[in-house]
Design a protein around this ligand. Structure first.
Ligand code: ADP
Ligand code: GLC
Length: 492
């Protein structure tokens, strides 16, 4: 890479500090990879109450900083954690906003009503951090609606700032289903310019749409897979934003997420009972045994086991699975190990299957990273029947764990899984197209019959899947190209 940049990465969650989904995985791995490639990366995120304090131990004392939200001045503390020479995390400590039980909602899954204020504050604090530290920034990289406001602040209030004035803005959309839509009342606190409350920017049917504003101010916008980028240009998938994305023309692209194989590889995974690799797969059998044991499933290697780990949200296709899973276990010799949390109705339904089908369906409601790894390792198949999926990470993890994905061919699922070809045994998984419970039933049936009747094809696909590599280096190179283009646009 000839050009190295100073990148301000503003994000609402990042591993290992705070995680609710794939955004945190990306925000942990991409900055790390960019820093390795020679860039200076500053990651700014909230100092949540839930971050294990031992992870934050730092030699540097926190410093205080003022942040102007419109004409209102707020004060916060900033904690610094230097990860490597050119990668530092900055945690914005504003207890009023970030010392709560959840990141975005309370235990009853109710979104905090002041979310727009909380995350606009984070976004503006990131700007003030650069001024306070006197760091000249090349790229401000925002993620999803939470930090999309950073790009509005960058291009308006800080346009003449010596540290931010030349920076280009890049917005990554991880999920267009969440746009940060709020009533107009919060607009004045957020400190955007009055003239920006119009349809091309923040206004949305009389309310505010934070993601839409970010799209307007960004020099480059991307989403997390090429197929999802195309899908979101159509009304059926854009949640109302296709017109605004189309207007970006070639400033809107898809960049597939990578995988942090230092975390997700059965050859080195410390969270699974036995390590294994494509060359020596014996350990996978032990992982399966222990998983069956943990979930109270019949401990037999000959029965295929299908894993699932995800947020229980309508996006992930749980309702379709709910309509087919009982018929599946009644008619096929197969088991399920399911981990997830979210929608209460779904949690209750899936939890009830535990009692109803002992030995066949194991369900744990909750968030458990170690168990997520153990399900990847111990399952034979991994199911993701998503209605839409911007990228999806678990199916990519599954490939490396030799756990064949069964996925709906949408977004990143379509881009990362290759369909099984019965005539040759090629492919890395099983894909279906219709968003119906029938399609799930048939495709699980296809996978299960392949397991029983064509083991040699199952093994061939497993070997092919484990060889696939979705490294962050390749994706980071695409981000570098997007940064370069964003700077060209900024200068033009
Ligand atoms: P999304 O970001 O839409 O939730 P992804 O597939 O991109 O979907 O990423 C989900 C990430 O969150 C994966 O790393 C997955 O293992 C993890 N995850 C989701 N639900 C759980 C859970 N209940 N327990 C542990 N990890 C989970
Ligand atoms: C979102 C998407 C998921 C994607 C993740 C990381 O949460 O739902 O598909 O993998 O972001 O980009």
């Amino acid at each position: 890479m000839e050009n190295t940049y100073t990148i301000l990465f503003v994000v609402s969650e990042s591993v290992p500090f705070a995680k609710t989904g794939g955004l945190a995985d990306v925000a942990g791995a991409l900055p790390k990879t960019l820093a390795k490639r020679g860039h200076n990366v500053m990651v700014v995120m909230p100092y949540y109450a839930s971050i294990p304090r031992e992870l934050l131990a730092s030699d540097e004392a926190p410093f205080s900083m003022n942040v102007w939200m419109g004409d209102k001045e707020e004060w916060c503390l900033v904690h610094t954690k230097k990860i490597t020479k050119n990668l530092s995390y900055y945690f914005i400590d504003f207890q009023n906003y970030f010392f709560r039980e959840g990141l975005y909602h309370n235990a009853a899954m109710q979104d905090y009503l002041d979310n727009p204020k909380r995350f606009a504050f984070l976004s503006q604090a990131a700007m003030y951090l650069c001024k306070t530290l006197q760091k000249k920034i090349d790229i401000v990289h925002a993620h999803d609606w939470q930090t999309a406001p950073a790009l509005a602040y960058l291009k308006t209030w800080h346009a003449d700032c010596p540290y931010l004035g030349n920076a280009a803005g890049v917005l990554t959309i991880h999920n267009i289903g969440y746009q940060g839509k709020y009533s107009r009342e919060s607009y004045s606190y957020l400190g955007f310019r009055n003239e920006d409350f119009r349809q091309e920017i923040f206004e949305d049917y009389g309310g505010i749409n934070l993601l839409k504003g970010g799209i307007y101010f960004a020099d480059m916008v991307n989403t997390v897979s090429p197929t999802y980028a195309n899908e979101t240009l159509t009304p059926g998938h854009s949640h109302g934003l296709d017109h605004f994305l189309k207007q970006k023309g070639d400033q809107y692209i898809g960049i597939l997420n990578g995988v942090d194989y230092s975390e997700w590889d059965p050859a080195s995974d410390k969270l699974i009972p036995r390590k294994y690799s494509a060359k020596n797969i014996a350990g996978k059998k032990i992982c399966k045994e222990q998983l069956q044991h943990y979930f109270g499933l019949y401990e037999q290697d000959c029965i295929p086991l299908i894993g699932m780990v995800s947020r229980m949200a309508s996006q992930k296709g749980h309702y379709l699975l709910a309509d087919s899973i009982e018929a599946i276990v009644n008619n096929m010799q197969v088991q399920f190990a399911i981990l997830g949390s979210g929608d209460k109705e779904l949690e209750d339904y899936f939890a009830s299957l535990n009692e109803k089908y002992p030995g066949l369906i194991g369900v744990r409601i909750g968030y458990d990273n170690a168990l997520a790894h153990q399900i990847e390792a111990g399952s034979d198949f991994f199911i993701m029947p998503s209605l839409y999926e911007p990228c999806g990470l678990n199916q990519i993890y599954s490939l490396r764990y030799g756990t064949l994905p069964i996925v709906r061919a949408t977004g990143g699922l379509d881009d990362t899984v290759e369909q099984y070809d019965e005539s040759t045994g090629e492919g890395t998984g099983f894909k279906f197209y219709d968003a119906t419970s029938r399609a799930i039933y048939d495709t699980v049936g296809w996978a299960v019959s392949t397991w029983y009747d064509r083991q040699e094809h199952y093994r061939q696909m497993q070997a092919a899947a484990m060889k696939r590599s979705f490294s962050w280096d390749e994706s980071a190179a695409r981000y570098e190209a997007a940064y370069e283009r964003a700077l060209e646009i900024r200068r033009s």
